[in-house]
Design a protein around this ligand. Structure first.
Ligand SMILES: *Cc1c(COP(=O)(O)O)cnc(C)c1O
Length: 395
């Protein structure tokens, strides 16, 4: 199997699993308990908090554990709306956010908030001037993702942070795809709230965090016990949190090396696809792009059919985004970037990790080429197109 879907989730690293194991059957005490094994859990949770904070240059008191990126996004938006709702009821976000943000915004609209969804350009980039123009006197929150999960575009977060801070507006960023992959400094970038998730960086599924800048007042998400200083009640997921800490530590120590390796694989994939498969186009920004992200639209084929054909040859890739597989609609991100429906339906995402090899990516391109070729042969639109142009070599 060749796994090229690291944007959807990643393999738990062996050292991460090893760090987690003692917390299941040996040191399983409740961190709220007074006895030694409970207190050891509490200490381990705080040790993980410190490691995770270090990834974004934050202090450990600024990290609150959650069940994942989705919960962090929900918490950030709903609690910001609640705590600032008396000042204004307007929120600015973008059309390319993850559904965890977009569907929370829809919910807030039903609660009487007004949301502006900013357009992006063809590369998936948010326009700072459009953002400034969208801000009103009653704007209380700006939520713009750090890097897009489908097309890999890295947004101008630093500039957005400045715009928000100057105007006293809260700034949340969904950094699930960027955390541990590219350098982030929450304070320098004037980020108030930041979401991250362990399973995108070789940690376990079902654990994430919300960074809350000191001084930002935010209500609790879960009501109950006093865990997470009363902001997120519920017995801590100790093994998961320890795993998240180990994954964060690992990601931070090898970030540059990992990104370099991924960029080389990514650029090799992009080059080969552009050279060898006609009628395709790269989605997302060519430079301001996550190190591991490749996303192409292939004319005259459906991304989903391509992903299935590649799966039959043992290659895991994603059509658009894993989150949109079920609804049959083309990706909202690609539509927002100005692609037509057909072009959006023809999208395929390959997300590499540093563990992939050049041989694997080469084999994946060979399989992709064959699959595109075969699917196009079955497409009457493609036959009509080539008939109108004379014969076309497909390499
Ligand atoms: C994966 C992802 C999420 C959701 O995180 P979970 O931990 O799976 O809930 C949110 N936002 C982005 C950008 C993501 O890539």
């Amino acid at each position: 199997m060749i796994y090229l879907d690291n944007g959807a989730t990643t393999k738990v690293a062996p050292e991460v699993l090893e760090a987690m194991l003692p917390w299941f059957c040996e040191k399983y005490g409740n961190p709220s308990a007074v006895y030694t094994s409970g207190q050891a859990g509490k200490k381990a949770v705080n040790e993980a908090r410190r490691k995770i904070a270090a990834v974004i240059g934050a202090g450990q008191e600024e990290i609150f554990f959650t069940s994942g990126g989705t919960e962090s996004d929900n918490w950030a938006l709903k609690a910001a709306a609640e705590s600032r709702g008396h000042r204004g009821r307007h929120i600015v976000t973008t059309k390319i956010e993850h559904h965890a943000v977009l569907h929370t915004c829809r919910f807030l609209e039903r609660q009487g908030f007004e949301v502006t969804y900013l357009d992006v350009d063809r590369e998936g980039m948010v326009d700072k001037e459009a953002l400034k123009a969208a801000i009103r006197t009653d704007t209380i929150l700006i939520s713009v993702m750090y890097a897009n999960n489908e097309i890999g575009t890295i947004e101008p977060v630093r500039e957005i942070g400045e715009i928000a801070r100057e105007r006293g507006i809260l700034f949340h960023t969904d950094a699930v795809q960027a955390f541990g992959q590219i350098p982030i400094n929450a304070e320098e970038m004037k980020i108030d709230l930041l979401s991250a998730s362990a399973h995108k960086l070789n940690g376990p599924k079902g654990v994430g965090m919300l960074y809350v800048r000191p001084g930002v007042e935010l209500g609790p998400f879960m009501h109950g016990g006093g865990q997470e200083r009363g902001f997120r009640a519920g017995t801590e997921n100790v093994p998961g949190i320890v795993g998240f800490g180990a994954a964060a530590d690992r990601a931070l120590s090898r970030m540059t090396e990992k990104a370099e390796k991924e960029r080389a694989l990514r650029d090799h994939l992009i080059r080969r696809i552009e050279n060898e498969i006609p009628y395709c186009r790269l989605n997302g920004h060519r430079e301001k792009r996550l190190p591991g992200n490749v996303n192409f639209s292939f004319r005259f084929v459906q991304g989903e059919a391509l992903a299935i054909a590649m799966d039959m040859k043992g290659v895991c890739v994603s059509s658009g985004s894993a989150c949109t597989v079920d609804d049959g609609e083309p990706s909202h991100v690609l539509l927002a970037a100005g692609l037509g429906k057909e072009e959006a339906h023809g999208a395929l995402r390959m997300t590499v990790s540093a563990e992939n090899t050049a041989e694997e990516t080469d084999r994946a391109v060979d399989i992709l080429k064959q699959a595109v070729c075969r699917l196009r042969e079955m497409s009457s639109a493609y036959r009509n197109f080539t008939a109108g142009r004379g014969t076309v070599s497909q390499g």
